[in-house]
Design a protein around this ligand. Structure first.
Ligand code: NI
Length: 170
């Protein structure tokens, strides 16, 4: 396995729309394993392939406190969503140290393929529902800061660019 580089906002590659995975083969399984290693190393609860500059519909998640319940969603599609909405504070490995409230569907049902290529349905609520909607946004090129006000988003953009410049200088 290998740790992958995570793109940081406002990298324009984060706005790429991912293509469906044609076949869950060895290449995809290696990607999934590398993404899990990358997510755990960065102490995140979710990671979309878009964030590691691979533009195929693959998501990994682990919302368990124990960090050993990986969830893999390949070609995920939302097949049902609650009309009820819920607001939760979100963060993102591509926007480090920024947290803000986002409103999303309180419950969603997602149909996807697992690491073995077999289809399954996931009925998600709470943190899992937040996470899956956040990660699926990445696959269509959307970062959670795009739900915030223009002013907030501009502040975050400036902060992230400064952080990246400082790191490059070191
Ligand atoms: Ni994210």
């Amino acid at each position: 396995m290998a740790k992958l580089n995570i793109l940081r906002y406002p990298d324009p590659r984060l706005h790429t729309v991912a293509k469906p995975v044609a076949a869950v083969d060895e290449r995809i399984r290696r990607l999934v394993d590398d993404m899990l290693e990358t997510m755990y190393a960065a102490e995140g609860v979710g990671l979309a392939a878009t964030q590691v500059d691979v533009h195929e519909r693959v998501i990994v998640m682990d919302t368990s406190g124990e960090r050993h319940s990986p969830l893999v969603l390949i070609n995920p599609e939302i097949i049902a969503r609650s009309t009820e909405l819920a607001v939760a504070e979100e963060g993102c490995l591509s926007v480090p140290q920024i947290y803000d409230k986002v409103e999303r569907h309180a419950r969603v049902t997602v149909r996807a393929l697992g690491r073995d290529g077999a289809p399954f349905d996931l009925e998600a609520e709470g943190l899992v529902a937040v996470c899956v909607q956040h990660e699926m946004d990445h696959l269509v090129g959307k970062v959670f800061v795009e739900y915030l006000s223009t002013l907030k988003r501009e502040r975050i953009r400036t902060k992230m660019l400064k952080k990246t410049r400082e790191e490059l200088r070191r």
